[in-house]
Design a protein around this ligand. Structure first.
Ligand SMILES: NC(=O)N[C@H]1NC(=O)NC1=O
Length: 173
C-alpha cells in the first residue's frame, strides 16, 4: 500500500484499515483521517501520536485500558485482536508454562491495582524474560512517569502496526 492509496481512502476504508493501529481505539484513526493528505509513513505516525498527546489524562488512561493484559484472560479465551495475538505470540507469551503465567498474572494485577490501568509494553520488541523484568521494574515507578512510559509503548505498538500495513521499516520511522 502506498501513500497515494492511503490518501485516496474514504473515511470508512481508512478506519477499516487503520482502526486498530491503536489497540481498540478506532476513534483515533477516525480523527486522523481528517488530517489527510499525509506525506508519508512518518507523517501519518505523527498524527496518531499528536492525537494521543493532546488528550486529557483521563483519555490517555482510557487508551491504556483498551489494551488486553499480556498473557491474560483474553489470550486464554482466544478473544485478542489479530494484531495483539501476533505480538504476544512473538514475545513467547502464548506458550508460557503454568508458573510463568501465574507470575505474570500476579504482577499484572499488582500493576493494575497501583496505577488503575493495565501494564502495556510493545511485546514484539521483547522476549518473555524481558517482559517480566520490565513489569517488575515499572511497578515501582511514580504514576506520572509510568503514564508517560506506557503511552510511549502504545506509540511503539502503533508504529510497528503502521509499518506492517504500509510495508515500511519501523526502525526508520
Ligand atoms: N498489555 C499490552 O501491552 N498489550 C499490548 N502489547 C502489545 O504488544 N500488544 C498488545 O495488545
Amino acid at each position: 500500500m502506498d501513500m497515494e492509496q492511503v490518501n485516496s481512502m474514504d473515511f470508512g476504508e481508512f478506519v477499516d484499515v487503520f482502526g486498530n493501529v491503536i489497540e481498540r481505539c478506532p476513534l483515533i484513526a477516525a480523527a486522523v483521517w481528517s488530517q489527510r493528505p499525509f506525506s508519508g509513513l512518518e507523517d501519518l505516525e505523527k498524527h496518531f501520536s499528536a492525537f494521543i498527546d493532546a488528550l486529557p489524562q483521563s483519555g490517555q488512561e482510557g487508551i491504556l485500558r483498551c489494551h488486553p493484559d499480556l498473557a491474560g484472560r483474553e489470550l486464554q479465551r482466544g478473544t485478542l485482536t489479530a494484531e495483539s495475538q501476533r505480538e504476544q505470540s512473538s514475545a513467547g507469551l502464548t506458550s508460557l508454562g503454568a508458573e510463568e503465567r501465574l507470575q505474570l498474572a500476579e504482577l499484572n494485577a499488582r500493576y493494575r491495582a497501583r496505577f488503575g490501568f493495565p501494564f502495556v509494553l510493545a511485546a514484539r520488541l521483547r522476549d518473555r524474560d524481558a517482559v517480566l523484568r520490565e513489569l517488575a521494574r515499572r511497578l515501582h515507578r511514580p504514576p506520572a512517569q509510568e503514564l508517560r512510559t506506557a503511552l510511549g509503548e502504545v506509540k511503539k505498538i502503533g508504529r510497528l502496526r503502521l509499518a506492517d500495513l504500509l510495508g515500511g521499516d519501523p526502525a526508520r520511522l
